[in-house]
Design a protein around this ligand. Structure first.
Ligand code: FAD
Length: 320
């Protein structure tokens, strides 16, 4: 297995932010992944899973312990005329293209989502009215608390809007099985092109993690709220709230994680104080954040109570 010591993580994220990890591992088979996790657990070494790094804010102060990249676990096996089993590290746009060539329809919405299957299952990635959970049949995952490899059906997960009950601190996705339908390759690719065009006009270019907040409701998208509160174009150091889509924070010039966190915090505070809306980050955190920084993942109702003992509360989407 390929291993890098003192690895810089920032280039493995779409936001291009993040310090070093003690060790970065690249398992390429389920067996390698399982024995790696067993070894890390036995030695008491903290680990974090890294997929496409497209929904991650990695601390500029680094990541203590091991980071496990799934980038070499990218197999795509057709197991029946309309079903494929895909490794956790397969990239969504590439997968959508491969399936289009096979005449399999259902993954077109993945075009333009720069994540991996593991990350897409964890947060039930979706676009254009389609969700990962709609086509998901089974997931093979490692429950590191139980020390078991489990094969679970999609109905066993509590999928919601950008959410599931998969805990990336505990569950490691190995592969997923998708049920698709027959389609004409040309028509599938036309659909993908249409989705790509829609993104080109609605989303900014540059380094980002996509939408930084979940939409508080479909009727009031986070981007519109942030725009109404006058944040578009605001900057802090190298971080900038996009002028094109206010729910995107861009790393336009060597931004650091604390600058992104400050902008997130400012937006959250104003939304809470003026609209009584809590904007929950969509982005997950990884690495050495301070308790003050971690509060962005904590509901203000809990945050405001005396001194927060972080370990007592579930942090929404926070990893470390
Ligand atoms: C330009 C842009 C556009 C985007 N558009 C969309 C969109 O339209 N719809 C949408 O839903 N999202 C969108 N995203 C966000 C992102 O691409 C998706 O959330 C994607 O599913 C994240 O997958 P990832 O592999 O990059 O996850 P990562 O960012 O690598 O990780 C996210 C979380 O999942 C965990 N994780 C990753 N792999 C595994 C695994 N194998 N097992 C267990 N845990 C794992 C990580 O530890 C982390 O907690 C966009 C992002 C960008 C940058």
């Amino acid at each position: 297995m390929h291993i890098i010591e003192q690895a810089s993580i920032k280039d493995l994220t779409t936001l291009r932010i993040g310090g070093r990890a003690d060790k970065l591992f690249f398992p390429s088979t389920p067996e390698e992944l399982i024995s790696l996790l067993v070894e890390l657990q036995d030695r008491g070494i903290k680990w974090s899973m890294l997929g496409g790094g497209s929904n991650l804010l990695v601390s500029s102060q680094g990541v203590g312990g091991a980071v496990i990249s799934t980038s070499e676990m990218d197999w795509v096996n057709r197991v029946s005329p309309d079903a494929v089993v895909v490794g956790a590290g397969a990239r969504l746009p590439k997968l959508a293209g491969q399936l289009a060539h096979m005449g399999l329809s259902g993954c077109e919405f993945m075009e333009g989502i720069p994540g991996s299957i593991g990350g897409a299952v964890v947060m039930n990635a979706g676009a254009h009215g389609h969700w990962t959970s709609n086509i998901l049949e089974k997931v093979t995952l490692i429950d590191t608390h139980k020390g078991q490899v489990l094969s679970l059906t999609a109905s066993q997960f509590d999928f919601g809007y950008r959410s599931s009950n998969i805990d990336p601190n505990r569950h490691v996705i190995v592969e997923a099985k998708f049920r698709l339908s027959d389609g004409m390759p040309d028509q599938i690719m036309d659909k993908m092109k249409q989705y790509r065009r829609q993104r080109t006009v609605s989303q900014p270019k540059g380094f980002s993690s996509g939408c930084i907040f979940r939409n508080p409701s479909m009727a009031s998208p986070a981007g519109r709220l942030i725009d109404e509160m006058g944040f578009k174009g605001d900057k802090l150091g190298g971080a900038e709230i996009s002028n094109i889509h206010a729910n995107f924070i861009l790393n336009s010039q060597g931004a650091t994680s604390d600058q992104i966190i400050h902008l997130i915090s400012r937006i959250q505070l104003k939304a809470w104080n003026t609209k009584n809306i809590w904007l929950q980050p969509e982005v997950y955190g990884m690495g050495n954040f301070t308790d003050e920084e971690k509060v962005i993942w904590l509901h203000p109702g809990i945050r405001d109570k005396e001194l927060v003992n972080m370990s007592k509360y579930q942090l929404f989407g926070q990893v470390s």
